[in-house]
Design a protein around this ligand. Structure first.
Ligand code: RFL
Ligand code: PHB
Length: 399
């Protein structure tokens, strides 16, 4: 089958779906194609912390109803080290900004519902996707579905197909440069049918390694442990997980407050920082994880995807409204300025909180010095808070 659209979008994660939704609100037509099933993309357990700017973007786009009802607004985070709890308060340090706990799967469900209710086109479970002629005036996406070959002719292609997608790889050699850092640890993540162990998201530094206490609702916890990058998940039966979590998050005064419950999901995520430059080649624009990934310690992954999509939508809207391509030409530079600040923050949070096998005794003491500083200096806490709630979307994220 041959189809035609203005913007062909590869990937129905947060990036691709939000782009399709925002473009539709500007009267711009798109088709989304997705490798996996609708059920799979809606139920993948991933990010959970939304920056204020992400929340505002979703509300402005008419997607706020369920998020405002079910999302949990948090005023700060906890940092634990040396058996003590410290709190970083966001509103007092950032002029009233807060974060919202609302799972990525819920954002994806809201976006799919909105697109389908508006008559949007999303093809799930397609295979053998390839993109062609991004250097010319008439790029094409090809894919297979139900044993048949399909083609979408478009003006532009948005590569929203995540880190392992095909769009970035389709750019001819020698044009893109990748910048990468791989960390010597991974996260073992558990979703549990048990009430949250802490009132706010708690980042725990300990001599046994990092632990994170987070949540999805008043009844569901999301918990993580630092493990080796090549860790075998079979080595972590539930009892071992709960015991290790308790040891790493315990405080001197009142223990960890962990209540073990039925484990709903368990998985291991490697930790990597990656950026590709530029985020555009010809008629292909890369956005979200297709262009950059961060280690999850700063909770920035999905929020960065939303910021890219805002920039890309503004640029495409200016082009279709007035034939003005300046925004399209500036997209990569504009997005990368903010991306590198989020990279810096994610790298900083990660290296401050994890134990690295390469650390010397000096490094360990320096880490404690840094944690002590960041939890007592108002200047340092302000720097953490303004990054955590999200840097501004304009001016390259300059606060
Ligand atoms: P996504 O969500 O990866 O979506 C890309 C979509 O493209 C599809 N795809 C293709 N479709 C058609 N043809 C092809 N050839 C395709 N190749 C791929 C994929 O099936 C997928 O549906 O990228 P997007 O939209 O840019 O969104 C980015 C966010 O998903 C990501 O930044 C965050 O989830 C990162 N992340 C986390 N971020 C946090 O802030 N906190 C977390 O706890 C957290 N946990 C995670 C994560 C990312 C993970 N990944 C990518 C392995 C846990 C995991 C496991
Ligand atoms: C989560 O709730 O999944 C979460 C929270 C904070 C992070 C990363 C993940 O830094």
């Amino acid at each position: 089958m041959k189809q035609r659209t203005q913007v062909g979008i590869v990937g129905a994660g947060p990036s691709g779906l939000l782009l399709s939704h925002l473009l539709a609100r500007q009267g711009i037509d798109s088709i989304v194609i997705e490798d996996r099933s609708r059920d799979h993309v809606e139920n993948r357990v991933r990010a959970g912390v939304l920056e204020q700017g992400t929340v505002d973007t979703l509300i402005e786009a008419g997607l706020g109803e369920r998020m405002l009802d079910e999302g949990l607004i948090h005023d700060g985070i906890e940092i634990r080290f040396n058996g003590e709890r410290h709190r970083v308060d966001f509103p007092s340090l950032t002029d009233g900004k807060r974060i919202t706990i609302y799972g990525q799967g819920e954002v994806v469900k809201d976006l799919i519902d909105a697109r389908l209710a508006d008559g949007g086109v999303i093809h799930f479970e397609v295979s053998a996707t390839s993109i062609h002629d991004i250097d010319g005036d008439a790029p094409v996406i090809r894919y297979r579905k139900d044993e048949a070959g399909h083609e979408i002719a478009c003006d532009y292609i948005a590569g929203c197909d995540g880190f392992h997608g095909i769009c970035r790889e389709s750019v001819p050699e020698g044009i893109l440069t990748g910048y990468e850092r791989v960390y010597p640890y991974a996260w073992l993540g558990v979703l549990s049918d048990s009430p949250p162990a802490a009132e706010e998201v708690a980042y725990c530094h300990s001599d046994r390694g990092f632990a994170l206490l987070s949540l999805r609702s008043p009844a569901v916890s999301r918990l993580y442990l630092q493990v080796a990058p090549d860790e075998d998940i079979e080595a972590w039966p539930d009892e071992r997980f709960w015991e290790e979590l308790r040891l790493r998050s315990a405080t001197k005064d009142d223990g960890a407050g962990i209540e073990p419950g039925p484990v709903l999901q368990k998985g291991i995520t490697p930790m990597r920082s990656y950026v590709v430059e530029p985020m555009r080649h010809g008629r292909l624009f890369l956005a979200g994880d297709a262009a950059h990934i961060v280690p999850p310690t700063g909770a920035k992954g999905m929020n960065l995807a939303v910021a890219d999509i805002r920039y890309l939508t503004e640029a495409l809207a200016a082009f279709y409204r007035a034939g003005d391509a300046a925004g399209l030409d500036a997209y990569s530079t504009r997005a990368l300025r903010r991306v590198w600040k989020a990279q810096r923050f994610s790298w900083w949070m990660t290296t401050m909180l994890h134990l690295s096998p390469d650390d010397s005794p000096f490094d360990r003491r320096r880490q404690i010095g840094e944690l002590d500083y960041v939890t007592t200096s108002v200047a340092a806490m302000t720097a953490l808070a303004e990054n955590y709630v999200g840097l501004p979307l304009d001016d390259g994220g300059a606060p």
